[in-house]
Design a protein around this ligand. Structure first.
Ligand code: ZN
Ligand code: ZN
Length: 354
């Protein structure tokens, strides 16, 4: 079956265009021309219903395999249900599979790539710079592979967290009575009212990317968010979400509750010598989700036959991933920590004994 696709072509020479992170423009590598990307949202295709209220409704997500034929070379390209942008493996044509990014699947916004592929080795070196346990020959003996620039589907949540957090607080006072010192502890039931607004809390909507890895790529600078245009996808891989906003909402709420409690706990004991958290009835309200695409590079670093998984924030250059450790160096480090702890214990004993 022939499916909908869009090829971003150079109007001057007809060669494929690609999005260039450095200039923020569509460029033609063939004739060297570059084109501004309009800052308005893309016109919906004829007959295509626009998502109401600006956010995507829940579509049926199937395990289907999609087949497209490249208009430039005629090759059949097979993708899964979530892939939205590919490069033809035969002719290098950049193809956008429009049905994955239109209608209910149209993103509300996109942060375009800012970091170029060629800057990646330098960023990785920088990441490793202060990793003390790295094997000595790591840089000369490792290689980067399976590099992929992918627009990852994210849900951004706006929400108000409100309710009360309950604590038990206490104050101690001491007084001398003859040979004795009497300590009196007064207990208080404390209630702290909470009303906190959150904006653009991101949670990834991709089942195949590791949640913890995606969380550690934050923060993204949401000020760079642009209305969605297909031109940004050219030359990059893109996915549509396969976990909808209802499926990942709990993760967003958990994150917001954790942040709320951290802030409330920090000031709950003001005026008291100590507080113990007891309970809370803080609940989310006015929850609103936006669907956006955020830029991420995924790659592997191969060292001595083992692959280490990495990801890089394509906007800020932040790198996260595994670090191979040198066993000899790790051992020295552990002894170092042990020695420091031992010294601290000695110091405490010394204080107690004098
Ligand atoms: Zn051209
Ligand atoms: Zn092709």
């Amino acid at each position: 079956m022939q499916r909908d696709l869009s090829e971003q072509k150079c109007p001057a020479c007809g060669a494929p265009l690609r999005f260039d992170p450095a200039s923020g423009k569509s460029v033609c590598d063939w004739c060297g021309k570059s084109y501004e990307i309009p800052s308005t949202a893309e016109e919906p295709a004829e007959g295509e219903a626009q998502a109401e209220g600006g956010s995507a409704p829940k579509p049926g997500i199937s395990e289907e395999i999609c087949v497209y034929s490249c208009r430039s070379c005629g090759a059949e390209i097979v993708t899964d249900a979530v892939t939205a942008s590919v490069t033809c493996p035969y002719c290098g044509n950049n193809i956008i599979l429009t049905e994955k990014v239109t209608g209910g699947l149209r993103p509300d916004g996109i942060i375009p790539f800012k970091i170029d592929k060629k800057d990646l080795p330098a960023a990785v070196q920088n990441f490793y710079k202060d990793k003390m346990l790295l094997p000595k020959r790591f840089f000369s003996e490792s290689s980067i592979r399976d590099l992929c620039g992918v627009y990852v589907p994210f849900w951004l949540y706006d929400c108000t967290m409100s309710g009360s957090a309950y604590y038990e607080g206490y104050n101690d006072s001491a007084m001398r009575s003859g040979d004795y010192i009497i300590t009196e502890r007064k207990h208080y039931d404390l209630e702290r009212g909470v009303n906190m607004d959150f904006k653009d809390i991101p949670v990834d909507g991709s089942a195949r990317l590791d949640d913890a890895l995606m969380d550690s790529l934050e923060p993204f600078d949401m000020a760079d968010m642009k209305p969605f245009r297909m031109s940004y996808l050219s030359g990059f891989f893109a996915e549509r979400f396969d976990k909808d906003s209802d499926e990942v909402r709990q993760r967003a709420e958990d994150r917001m509750l954790t942040s709320t409690m951290r802030i409330v706990n920090a000031s709950a004991g003001d005026g008291y010598m100590g507080v113990v958290p007891k309970d809370n009835d803080i609940k989310p309200s006015n929850l609103n989700a936006k669907y956006v695409l955020l830029p991420v590079y995924t790659f592997k670093v191969n060292y001595k036959g083992t692959d280490y998984s990495f990801a890089m924030n394509g906007q800020t250059g932040e790198v996260v991933g595994d670090v191979p450790t040198d066993k000899g160096r790790a051992l020295t480090r552990r002894w170092g920590t042990f020695a420091a702890v031992f010294a601290a214990i000695m110091l405490i004993i010394w204080f107690i004994s004098c």
